[in-house]
Design a protein around this ligand. Structure first.
Ligand code: THU
Length: 142
């Protein structure tokens, strides 16, 4: 199982925070950034992208996952999520249920780590299993 070092967490927090400026959130004004770490060391970033019809809006986490998978990555170690009203990081932004389910599709819930942060000096790390207990994944279909 991969260890989450402070350096690794810092790199992901910085990459996720750098995405806040690209967040397209004219309806909620809630800006979110994500940075997804693949096991080969590559980092795939994402922001939330809203839509006038509301329903087609996409969370930052799924943007990062879909970018990564569409470029051939399948093996992931961790994701960092930061967010807040007007891009102010005043509290943690936990992934929504849909994003947790997308993580479940590609990640081992006992290993994959979710880093919630308000800055490089304030973060908390969870395993996907803690955020989605008894999750339904590809293994349930076999
Ligand atoms: N959002 C994310 O991008 N990720 C989360 O973890 C929570 C919510 C977005 C969706 C929407 O654009 C805005 O935040 C408010 O819900």
């Amino acid at each position: 199982m991969q260890e989450m070092t402070r350096e690794k967490a810092r790199r992901l927090i910085e990459a996720a925070s750098a995405q806040l400026k690209y967040s397209y959130a004219p309806y909620s004004d809630f800006r979110v950034g994500a940075a997804l770490l693949a096991r080969d060391g590559r980092v795939y970033t994402g922001c939330n992208i809203e839509n006038a019809a509301y329903g087609p809006s996409n969370c930052a986490e799924r943007t990062a996952f879909f970018k990564a998978v569409s470029e051939g990555a399948r093996d992931f170690e961790a994701i960092c999520v930061v967010g807040g009203k007007a891009g102010r990081l005043t509290s943690y932004t936990p992934p929504c249920g849909v994003c947790r389910q997308v993580m479940m599709e590609f990640c081992n819930p006992e290993e994959f780590q979710v880093i919630l942060a308000t800055g490089t000096e304030d973060y908390k790390t969870y395993r996907l299993k803690e955020l989605l207990p008894l999750g339904f994944g590809p293994g349930n279909l076999t």
